[in-house]
Design a protein around this ligand. Structure first.
Ligand SMILES: [Ca+2]
Length: 316
């Protein structure tokens, strides 16, 4: 049985949710753990001895009208797992086909689907946010799974109340001087111990941000940053204090692991036999059993939009 409960868009910028406090005290622990991580560089192939694929729910969302019938693939550009109800969230980062046309592809949606049945549980569809164009490319939770944070390539971050479908807050990072060419901005985002980390495609950079979530003001602060050799397209903050990165660079189908000071600890090559076309999001479950990789172009080539692969800690 298909459960479908589409939330009607609320484009009004309103404050409907309660603010939660950040657990900044944990950041000290995180830094300590980070310093104790071995810096011996590891290079290996990702073990794909067991994996699962997803994409049916996202095809259904295309049939519901995502991409306006112009783009017939759900360009899954990010992934988070809600382990409290065994669901995944995916986001359609559909790109314009016609040069200069950035508005014909609406609506674009975030889809919540079951890990068990790959059927839509809920979808959140957008044609704009606060009156401006959107290109959502990254998803993460912060302190709970009732509020989703969304990174937009135009360098916005949105706060989405998953119960109402309302965008409750928006941070415009141009206020911090983070400005990039169109669809070259935020491609990746994650959260750990009170801070967000964003990956900027054009700059090949990871930036640590304080969004001051406990404050009603939507002011952000840059805490630190480091540069990569590749364009980050997916980012995941592990509880051990390190960051996992995937890249859109076509010849770099790898999972990278970094310390938060930018030290590269590990590279895992994703075997080509998996047929991932463009890794665009990464998530590792709390038990360290599976790594999830979003593929934003698999669906174009009759492949898949999301992979769940046994995770054997090959980077440790
Ligand atoms: Ca992405």
């Amino acid at each position: 049985m298909k459960i479908k409960n589409k939330i009607v868009l609320l484009l009004v910028f309103g404050l409907t949710g309660q603010f939660f406090s950040c657990q900044n005290s944990n950041s000290v622990l995180s830094e300590i753990e980070n310093e104790e991580i071995s810096t011996e560089f590891v290079s290996a192939n990702l073990n794909i001895s067991r994996y699962y694929t997803f994409g049916e729910a996202l095809k259904d969302q295309i049939n519901e009208g995502d991409g306006a019938g112009i783009d017939l693939s759900f360009r899954n550009s990010g992934v988070v797992i809600d382990e409290t109800d065994n669901s995944y969230y995916a986001v359609n980062g559909v790109h314009p086909i016609n040069s200069g046309d950035y508005s014909s592809y609406y609506p674009k949606s975030i889809v919540k689907a079951s890990i068990y049945t790959d059927e839509i549980i809920q979808s959140y569809s957008f044609s704009s946010v606060n009156g401006h164009d959107i290109d959502m490319e990254a998803l993460c939770f912060a302190e709970n799974t009732t509020t989703l944070y969304i990174g937009d390539e135009y360098n916005y971050i949105y706060e989405l109340d998953l119960s109402t479908g309302s965008v409750t807050r928006e941070w415009d990072l141009s206020d911090l001087g983070i400005v990039n060419n169109i669809d070259k901005g935020i491609e990746a985002m994650t959260y750990s111990d009170g801070y967000f980390y964003i990956g900027i495609q054009e700059d090949k950079k990871i930036i640590k941000l304080d969004l001051n979530l406990s404050s009603e003001a939507t002011t952000a602060t840059i805490v630190s940053s480091f540069n990569l050799d590749v364009s980050p397209s997916g980012l995941f903050a592990h509880s051990d204090g390190t960051l996992y990165v995937v890249s859109i660079d076509s010849n770099e189908q790898k999972i990278y692991r970094y310390k938060t000071d930018g030290t590269l600890l590990c590279e895992l090559s994703i075997p080509s036999s998996l047929n991932i076309v463009r890794p665009d999001g990464i998530f590792i479950d709390k038990a360290n059993e599976y790594v999830y990789i979003a593929d934003s172009q698999g669906s174009i080539y009759n492949g898949y939009s999301l992979y769940k692969i046994v995770w054997l800690n090959q980077c440790n």
